[in-house]
Design a protein around this ligand. Structure first.
Ligand code: GLN
Ligand code: ZN
Length: 762
């Protein structure tokens, strides 16, 4: 029996890579220094994996920015606009080209935009989307993978296993940049280059090569399935003397099982954390020579593995195919895990004993192999930890569970239907047509961040801190009034982050000091950990909302983050369903909504930025997810009186396929991101005859550019041609937290002018 790892975090336990990259971009360190930081991280990672007793250790999983971008460089897939940098890409110039593709390039008279970035399947990691043309050619451009393998081999010998994105997933995760071809058809041109790469790695000494093919676990068309078959048959016919491992993760192979197990490869990796049920199907069809890598240790979460459960799976596989064909592994690359639990000295020791980060997960993989081979030494401590977690009063709160169990359909339903509520709202708030508002946050300037840092370090008392936040809030209210905004916000100056702020005040959450995970490039996130039943010990936002409301006669929106978004942006429990956890959060938010209503706040916004991104990868699972996700929102909003207006906000608003579920949320007003699509995304709402009110964003907040009144008025006119004018609100695409004040004021001034123009037209 072997053990393996599929990938290790590359940011460094102190985010060294982030810091070095940013210094390199700022011209503060040179390429040599940057490369040195990278080398240290890689060597430490390899040593850690060696020490943990892992048999097949990944290399080339390191990346300065993103492994898919690395693959584009490896294969020479360089969009035409970078031609001037491509010419210089030999030697040191390669990094200029690389970072230009990742981040854009404005130097030496060139102004090149960055390539598009999107989420890596259902993770919060973002990759750089390959761009293909009809005449796309492929050839080895970058030597990085060969360099990485050579240095890994020097340290690890035959344990060094180069990793790269497989040919078919590489194509499928990219995009056609012109009409007239399908990217899956490029496989014929692409495969010879993979053959060349594999042969070169073999010549350098590689004995195993890992090809990541996560798309094998997605819904595939006939053509896409054929591409897999074609690619691996061609590779097998032209490569020998090296073992090929195809890695799948995040979903079950399901209808692709037959295809996957019959690929002419040496080993197949399957994710048994997300999809334990697929083991039976795979074992029933596995051909005689294929080795099976069992992804039993969760690479996407922070919990200790349940050895007994994993061993059931391992034993089943061993019985069917023999121990020498079994490989024990994490479910996916550990890129998505925080790095080292040993650094978390402040976590409650009882809870910490239930947790494992990347480094600890390697030990778990080794321990599982030991136990499977008959050495039970690691088992008792693990059983004890599992038992302690199962029984702990820190996790289990009967009152919370009972309350979730007692949720009724009525709890999730407003008293009257929308038309009745709408009339009440129009009378109560007496807003003009095309009412103006914003999404919640205003610029989080250095001043504001400093205040929080000083509060933490003890330089400011709570009273001093609050006084300054109050002043920032008052200032923001004054100028919203001056500008003529109709529904005001308090600005969210008191919040560090829209999830953390609530997590810190809810029971059942904990926070790490160093639990960083790469999100994209040098950007890392530190998600909260939900370890126990969630409840709300006291009011969370009432103090700031009522303070703000008291400063003005205009309506002041209360601002909350919704249950699905809090779930989606946290590490969640693996001992109960996501639905269950979401319902607990929904009840906590519901109580906060009711507290705000009771305190006189008439308009309450519950942000559900992440509902779309929580959508399961497989279409067959989406309806079920949407049912509970939408219901959770309705539970959080459903307790208010008809006269209270509930808003929601969503960032990424590609709703074509799920519009009926968005409508089922029954928010009185939804604000969405639409400006960059020129209101295209509003079509889905129009076709569906979306019944409630809607604020399609009229300007892109991701850029400092100030849009003109004319431009925004044109977008509003377009919106009014698609939906009833009296249903429309006027607002930016999202919160303004990342913007500076001057551009924010200028843009909102133009936005209010655009709304006034629109009012003239009805
Ligand atoms: N209310 C939040 C804000 O304005 C919403 C942010 C978001 O949707 N990502 O910052
Ligand atoms: Zn948003």
């Amino acid at each position: 029996m072997l053990t393996q790892n599929l990938g290790y975090p590359r940011i460094g336990s102190q985010r060294q890579l982030k810091k070095a990259n940013e210094q390199y971009w700022a011209g503060k360190i040179d390429l040599n220094e940057l490369t040195q930081v990278a080398r240290t991280i890689k060597e430490e990672n390899w040593q850690t994996q060696l020490a943990a007793g892992i048999d097949l250790i990944p290399c080339n999983d390191f990346s300065f920015y993103d492994q898919v971008l690395d693959t584009s460089l490896l294969l020479g897939v360089i969009p035409q606009r970078y031609a001037p940098l491509l010419a210089k890409a030999k030697g040191n110039g390669e990094m200029d080209l690389y970072f230009a593709m990742a981040r854009g390039y404005q130097k030496e008279g060139l102004d090149l935009t960055a390539m598009e970035m999107t989420k890596w399947l259902d993770t919060n990691y973002h990759y750089i989307v390959p761009e293909f043309t009809a005449t796309q050619e492929f050839k080895i451009l970058s030597e990085k993978i060969f360099r990485e393998y050579t240095s890994a081999k020097a340290l690890l010998g035959p344990k060094a296993k180069p990793v790269l994105v497989g040919p078919v997933s590489y194509l499928l995760l990219g995009k056609e940049k012109e009409a007239g071809f399908e990217r899956a058809d490029l496989v014929k041109k692409l495969v010879p280059v993979y053959v060349e790469i594999i042969n070169r790695l073999r010549q350098l000494g590689a004995t195993w090569i890992q090809l990541d093919e996560p798309c094998l676990a997605l819904d595939l068309s006939k053509k896409e399935k054929e591409a897999f078959d074609y690619a691996y048959r061609r590779i097998a016919s032209q490569v020998s003397g090296v073992r090929l491992l195809v890695a799948t993760y995040f979903e079950a192979l399901a209808d692709n099982t037959q295809l996957a197990v019959n690929l002419p490869i040496d080993a197949l990796h399957i994710d048994l954390v997300r999809a334990p049920g697929q083991l039976d199907e795979v074992l029933a069809r596995i051909p005689e020579q294929l080795q099976l890598s069992l992804g039993v240790v969760d690479g996407r979460n922070v919990w200790k593995n349940d050895y007994e459960r994993s061993l059931t799976l391992i034993d089943k596989a061993v019985q069917k195919i023999g121990a020498d064909r079994v490989i024990v592994a994490p479910s996916c690359s550990l890129l998505h895990s925080p790095i080292d639990l040993d650094l978390e000295t402040a976590i409650d020791p009882e809870i910490r004993n239930w947790m494992a980060f990347a480094k600890q997960k390697l030990d778990e993989v080794s321990a599982l192999k030991q136990i499977a081979e008959g050495n039970n030494a690691p088992l008792p401590a693990n059983q004890q930890a599992q038992a302690s977690r199962r029984a702990s009063q820190k996790v289990h709160k009967a009152a919370v569970k009972n309350r979730v169990g007692a949720i009724t359909e009525a709890d999730a339903t407003r008293t009257s239907a929308f038309p009745v509520r709408q009339q009440l709202h129009h009378r109560r708030f007496n807003l003009p047509a095309f009412p103006t508002t914003t999404i919640g946050s205003f610029p989080q300037t250095d001043d504001i961040r400093q205040l929080r840092a000083k509060l933490k370090s003890g330089e400011l008392t709570v009273a001093q801190y609050e006084k300054s936040i109050e002043q920032a809030t008052i200032d923001a209210i004054r100028w919203q009034e001056e500008l003529g905004i109709d529904v005001l916000v308090h600005g969210e100056f008191e919040r560090n982050d829209m999830v953390e702020y609530f997590g810190e005040q809810l029971d059942g959450f904990l926070f790490t000091k160093n639990g960083w995970v790469q999100s994209y490039g040098s950007r890392c996130v530190k998600p909260p950990v939900i370890y126990g039943d969630v409840s709300r010990p006291k009011d969370m936002t009432v103090r700031w909302s009522t303070f703000a409301a008291a400063q003005t006669d205009k309506p002041m929106k209360g601002m909350l983050t919704g249950p699905v978004t809090i779930l989606q942006w946290s590490f969640v429990r693996d001992d109960q369903s996501r639905e269950q956890t979401t319902n607990q959060i929904a009840l906590a938010i519901r109580d906060e909504v009711l507290a705000l209503e009771k305190a006189g706040i008439g308009i309450i916004q519950i942000d559900e930025a992440a509902i779309r991104e929580g959508l399961p990868l497989r279409k067959a699972k989406r309806a079920q997810y949407l049912a509970w996700a939408v219901k959770a929102f309705r539970i959080s909003a459903g307790g208010v009186e008809d006269k209270t207006q509930i808003h929601t906000h969503m960032c990424y608003s590609e709703f074509n396929d799920i519009i009926e579920h968005i409508a089922a949320m029954d928010a009185d007003v939804i604000t969405i991101e639409t400006s960059r699509s020129q209101m295209e995304l509003l079509q889905a709402f129009a076709h569906f005859d979306y019944p409630n009110e809607i604020g399609p964003g009229v300007y892109d907040i991701h850029s400092p550019r100030v849009p003109t009144t004319h431009e925004m008025a044109a977008l509003l006119a377009k919106a009014a041609s698609l939906l009833p004018a009296r249903h429309l609100w006027v607002n930016p695409d999202c919160g303004l937290k990342t913007r500076k004040w001057p551009e924010t004021k200028a843009a909102l001034e133009n936005m209010v002018a655009a709304a006034r123009q629109a009012r003239q037209t009805i």
